[in-house]
Design a binder for this molecule. Structure first.
Ligand SMILES: Nc1ncnc2c1ncn2[C@@H]1O[C@H](COP(=O)(O)OP(=O)(O)OP(=O)(O)O)[C@@H](O)[C@H]1O
Ligand SMILES: [Mg+2]
Length: 463
């Protein structure tokens, strides 16, 4: 509902509007002329002023000008006598939100107010969206308190004042792009653009023209000049994602650009200087790529003025509950449902899982759990089965239905004591489980409900 100030020198109009709008639930005050209105505006804030045009002391047009200047958030609707539409139109030019001619129908005013309410909720949504973007790109979007992630944040802080090239290394889904955005958001380039390109996702010739641009007519289909990303990212940051995938020919061209701080658009004889900061990222082991000759060593050193290694999630288990809660909140807000609670067993399962897909995998699993959860609680049953198995040693699913006894029974137990036979069986059972877990001993131990140490003891026959 709105706070409304009605300004009119005719008492009857003031009263009608006061009654009607108060009945609709708005907070309404009245003023007898422009001067009176200014006094009231001084004392408290209004969303809307409904004002007559012709009034003694200070008229509607003058009042409008003052309001626009001093209270730009307050909307003004001019109420004007039939026949003076011209002055109403000039009031619109001065920034009135709308005008209504007298005699007016109550419904006309209600309609305007409904529009204002709709507009306000829209602009509030926009602000929320902007805040979300801010949150996503700002430093604060990086959730975590583990030593590993604090090291990354410290590094971002330290390099924030510089414009030097940065190379971000880390497995898939560890948050490399988020780190790149945080570097940009905290750097002197923050008011410039952040442009990103995935060097592994597009064909070589397209990648070249995207990065460097081209001159009209330089190849079939080049109908007009194209500005490349290096030039577009001027005063900002250019994020070269999956740099390890860059084809050798382009590596050479990129190296030249970085060395000379200029780019040469395809088909152009001129070179253009650029100022963008270059941030590159890869999930590849570049040292190995250099070893095999698929990545240029000199380019590596150019890019790697500062190196940031984003640790995988399994090296920062402390962060899992924090991240899980953060994603639960984010995902439930996105679908406008109340935030579900994560049950302790489910949290334990999340903590114990070996996250091969890192934070992206965690995010996806939480998204699924938020959608699937019952009674607004995320329990084990809301998690995919491969996570559940690790968490609950006694769950029937974990009892290896695939292992038929006769398949794994030791070949010959004749003449053995019961104890020896059981130990032999145990060892076969453990070996078979390890095989089923693709040699992941940690996972095998979890499935068997024993510690890794005990698994080794059983294998060596000590236990
Ligand atoms: N510390 C973090 N806090 C909150 N969200 C994170 C964090 N790290 C990553 N994310 C989120 O996880 C998802 C994956 O992150 P991002 O895309 O930055 O990873 P990446 O390392 O670039 O992955 P890829 O190598 O697959 O491109 C994104 O949705 C990102 O917002
Ligand atoms: Mg990425």
């Amino acid at each position: 509902m709105l706070r409304i100030l009605v300004v009119d020198d005719e008492e009857i109009i003031r009263n009608i509007l006061l009654d009607m709008l108060s009945q609709d639930g708005h907070t309404v005050h009245t003023a007898v002329d422009g001067k009176d209105a200014l006094e009231q505006l001084e004392g408290s804030s209004y969303d809307l002023v409904l004002s007559d045009l012709t009034m003694p002391r200070l008229d509607g047009a003058a009042l409008l000008r003052i309001i626009r200047e001093r209270w730009p958030e307050t909307l003004v609707i001019i109420i004007t006598a039939y026949g003076s539409v011209d002055s109403a139109v000039s009031a619109m030019r001065e920034g009135a939100y709308d005008y209504i001619t007298k005699p007016f129908l109550i419904e006309e005013i209600r309609l305007r107010i409904r529009n204002i309410l709709a507009m306000r909720s829209l602009s509030r949504e926009n602000t929320a969206l902007r805040n979300q973007l801010q949150e996503k790109y700002d430093f604060s979007a990086i959730i975590g308190k583990s030593e590993g992630i604090l090291g990354v944040l410290e590094m971002i802080r330290r390099i924030s004042i510089a414009r030097s090239n940065v190379l971000i290394l880390g497995e898939s889904g560890t948050g490399k792009e988020l780190v790149a955005r945080a570097i940009h958001a905290n750097s002197p380039c923050r008011s410039g653009p952040f442009l990103a390109i995935n060097c592994g996702a597009i064909p070589e010739n397209l990648l070249e023209s995207e990065l460097f641009g081209y001159k009209k007519g330089s190849f079939t289909g080049a109908y007009k000049d194209k500005v490349g990303l290096f030039a577009s990212a001027d005063e900002g940051s250019l994020f070269l994602d999956e740099i390890g995938e860059m084809p050798p020919g382009l590596q050479t061209k990129l190296l030249r650009a970085l060395e000379e701080r200029v780019v040469q658009p395809i088909g152009s004889t001129e070179t253009l200087p650029f100022t963008a900061r270059i941030i590159a990222a890869t999930n590849k082991d570049l040292a190995r790529e250099i070893g095999t000759g698929s990545f240029r060593e000199d380019l590596y050193y150019r890019l790697n003025v500062v190196e940031i290694r984003v640790p995988p999630l399994r090296e920062r288990q402390d962060d899992i509950p924090l991240l899980a809660r953060y994603f639960v909140k984010k995902k439930s807000e996105a679908i406008a449902m109340p935030e579900p609670e994560v049950e302790p067993e489910a949290m334990r399962a999340l903590e114990q899982h070996t996250w091969k897909g890192n934070i992206r995998e965690l995010e996806n699993i939480i998204e699924r759990a938020v959608i699937l959860c019952e009674g607004n609680r995320i329990g084990l049953s809301s998690l995919p089965s491969h996570l559940r198995q690790i968490a609950v040693p006694d769950e029937p699913e974990r009892r290896l239905p695939a292992l038929a006894l006769n398949e794994i029974a030791p070949a010959d137990t004749a003449g053995q004591s019961l104890k020896q036979a059981v130990a032999a069986f145990e060892r076969r059972y453990v070996e078979e489980t390890i095989r089923q877990c693709a040699d992941d001993k940690k996972e095998a131990a979890a499935r068997l409900g024993i510690s890794v140490a005990s698994l080794y003891r059983k294998l060596s026959g000590e236990d």
